[in-house]
Design a protein around this ligand. Structure first.
Ligand code: ADP
Ligand code: MG
Length: 667
């Protein structure tokens, strides 16, 4: 420790910059906010190399007087507040007078401006905090700020810069947060001379939301409003058919400023309780308008967080507005079939026979892989880990007597006759020792059907012998015959009692285990698309996908940037051949972003397998034939963890015989 001394202003500015300017996106945010504060009608943002090379923001706002240019880049110099009292009545986005000074300290900054009352403009350069002389120049009314070589004199910060795409993802998110809430301003964003967004001014907020997030989200938006004379909420929430795996699609704006607030997110979550599956987050866009005096915005350097004087009131206003809305809108009636993928043939996609065929094909294909069946000839060329030609099998012919409804049914293609050996061939790198509970069980552990014995039936209730045959109970492992009720549950028995099975959950678990075996064996085929498929995503999502490029390639998904937020998918896992690449990639990226980084290959695999298994499994509501029921019940014993679906919900409930005896007052 040495003597106490005042820090030189360059150190002060670097410290301030450390708080406010984390990455190029922070510069974009500060400059755009200044332009909004200046009353601009049009704001153009140009970026080079994700902002590490150049951030340029030009506006047609009120401009800066020539003699004030040096002040604009001085620290603690602002035109937005005068006294400390003003701090509690902030009506502008900025007020700390630190941004330009901080940015100028750690970059090469050029500020050119012409005030609306002046005949000519003036410009000023600052390099690493060292201002040059202000020189007159010709320019239109408004301000241009160019920031080059950000962090050139702060190597530690520079080291933390990520790939161009990642930085651009953050820049775009910063752009969206400002452009979203000011639909009356024309905004444009360019990256390396390519236009990313060009958003002419529009009247309604909804229009701007749709420009960013698409018409599908737009159509799902439910308007919400509440006004108690002081606190005014307006906004939109998406109906529960649309949700996300993280809360990044929850936008809150307070008096035109994007904020993050846990309690507001919580209120939103509460309002959706019971409407979304756990782990899913609502989509919402909210503007909160309130007198500036009721909130302190001076608690966070970038003002991302604020402190409400009466947080409880704001929370409850939001929650009650949402609850009332949800009560009045019959949300259950809104549940629609899953949205069609872009470019899909609507007639075909809605045809249940066809979608069931897709499932059949997928499952049969996987079955062929599991059992080592030689592939049949196919349309697409597949690079199987090696480059073997593998193809999807033809759709199995339905029995001639089957009704159209029956034809569309999934014939549980992993079906194996009773008495056949469990379905696993040890894969070379997945030997019996590693397989633990998956290894074939000794015969005494197997169910009757697996031992080749005739299955027990579930007998109709008659007299004093409800549901099972007591004399057989001692030998019972578990039955492979069951009864389907309500087209969704199967009722069967095992040695403990009566078992009620959720048919979808069980089938999902079985498919999941089967696919996982195959994938772990390293036999993941990829299919090269004849024409690479462009998938457009949100910028941050595109960045996340590209960052995980290597991992995705291991999964058989090869992607390339295709300019802007579009990604080209050139190969695709063959087992996903029947699913829409947009949807699959979007779901994968969602899980990537939720994890906050590049997940392990295993996690991604798991995520994908869950997805396929869920999509391919029979659904609640599918009527099953006795053969299908038997097949499903048999397979229940071949896999581990079949008592839970991959999401962790139980697949079966057991009512023990003791319990039944007690209820029937037999004991
Ligand atoms: P703050 O925005 O907190 O006041 P800044 O360092 O961002 O601090 O800007 C300093 C001052 O420079 C602002 O108060 C404003 O007067 C002026 N200024 C900055 N950018 C612009 C702009 N685009 N148009 C007009 N004036 C600007
Ligand atoms: Mg500012």
């Amino acid at each position: 420790m040495t003597d106490i001394r005042l820090l030189p202003s360059s150190v002060v500015n670097k410290i301030a910059a450390g708080e406010v300017i984390e990455r190029p996106a922070s510069v974009v945010k500060e400059l755009m906010e200044n332009s909004v504060d200046a009353g601009a009608r049009r704001i153009d943002v140009s970026i080079e190399k994700g902002g590490t090379e150049l951030v340029r923001v030009a506006d047609d706002g009120g401009g800066i007087r020539a003699d004030e240019l040096p002040l604009a880049v001085a620290s603690h110099a602002t035109s937005k507040i005068v006294t400390a009292d003003d701090l509690f009545d902030v009506r502008t986005l900025g007020f700390r007078g630190e941004a330009l000074a901080s940015v100028a300290e750690i970059s090469h900054l050029l500020l050119r401006s012409r005030h609306r009352d002046e005949p000519a403009g003036c410009q000023l350069e600052v390099r690493g905090g060292q201002p040059g002389a202000a020189v007159p120049c010709g320019c239109p009314v408004g301000t241009v700020v160019e920031v080059r070589q950000l962090f050139f004199n702060t190597p530690v910060r520079r080291k933390f810069l990520r790939a161009t795409q990642t930085e651009m993802g953050h820049v775009t998110e910063a752009f969206i947060r400002i452009a979203l809430v000011h639909p009356q301003i024309h905004f444009a964003l360019q990256h390396n001379d390519r236009s990313v967004y060009d958003l002419p001014a529009v009247d309604s907020w909804r229009e701007r939301i749709v420009t960013f997030f698409g018409g599908e989200i737009g159509q799902s938006l439910i308007p919400v409003a509440s006004d108690d004379g002081q606190i005014r909420w307006t906004g939109y929430v998406a109906d529960p058919n649309y949700s996300r795996a993280n809360n990044r699609m929850q936008y809150f704006f307070l008096n035109g400023r994007h904020i993050r607030d846990r309690s507001l997110q919580h209120a939103l979550g509460e309002a959706y309780r019971g409407l979304l599956l756990s782990g899913r987050y609502p989509i919402a866009f909210f503007r909160l308008e309130m007198p500036a005096g009721l909130v302190d915005v001076n608690v966070h350097p970038t003002k991302l967080e604020v402190r409400f004087q009466d947080g409880g009131r704001i929370y409850s206003r939001l929650l009650s507005a949402l609850r009332q809305k949800f009560l009045s809108a019959d949300l259950t009636a809104r549940v629609k079939p899953a949205p069609l993928p872009a470019g899909a043939d609507p007639a075909g996609a809605l045809d249940p026979t066809r979608s069931a065929q897709h499932r059949d094909e997928l499952i049969q294909w996987a079955q062929g892989q599991l059992e080592g069946k030689p592939p049949s000839a196919g349309q697409a060329s597949l690079d199987a880990g090696s480059s073997a030609e593998v193809a999807r099998p033809a759709v199995p012919a339905a029995p001639p007597s089957a009704s159209p409804a029956q034809q569309s049914r999934l014939p549980l293609s992993f079906d194996r006759a009773a008495g056949q050996a469990p379905p696993f061939r040890p894969f070379p790198d997945f030997g019996p020792a590693a397989r633990g509970p998956l290894a074939p069980r000794p015969p005494q552990e197997l169910g009757r059907a697996e031992r080749g014995e005739p299955p027990h039936g579930v007998v109709a209730r008659s007299g004093d012998e409800p549901f099972s045959r007591p004399h057989a109970a001692s030998q019972l492992a578990s039955s492979t015959t069951g009864l389907q009720v309500h087209n969704r549950y199967l009722i069967t028995e095992d040695e403990d009692g009566v078992v009620i099975i959720d048919q979808h959950a069980l089938h999902e678990r079985i498919l999941y285990e089967q696919l996982r075996e195959k994938v772990l064996a390293g036999a993941l085929e990829k299919q090269r698309l004849l024409v690479p498929e462009p998938v457009s995503m949100r910028p941050a999502e595109a960045a996340a996908a590209l960052e995980a490029k290597q991992v995705l390639a291991q999964l058989g998904i090869e992607i390339e940037p295709f300019g802007g937020d579009t990604i080209l998918v050139s190969t695709y896992p063959a087992m996903l051949a029947n699913f829409d690449p947009h949807e699959v990639l979007r779901q994968i990226v969602e899980s990537l972003m939720t994890g906050g980084g590049v997940p392990q290959r295993r996690d991604l695999l798991d995520e994908m397998l869950h997805m396929i298994a869920c999509k391919a499994a029979i659904k609640a509501g599918d009527r099953l034939t006795p053969g299908e029921i038997t097949s499903l019940l048999q397979q229940r014993h071949y896999y581990r963890d079949t008592h839970h679906c991959p999401h962790g919900r139980p697949t079966a409930l057991v009512f023990t015989r003791e319990e039944l005896d007690k209820r029937f007052k037999r004991t």
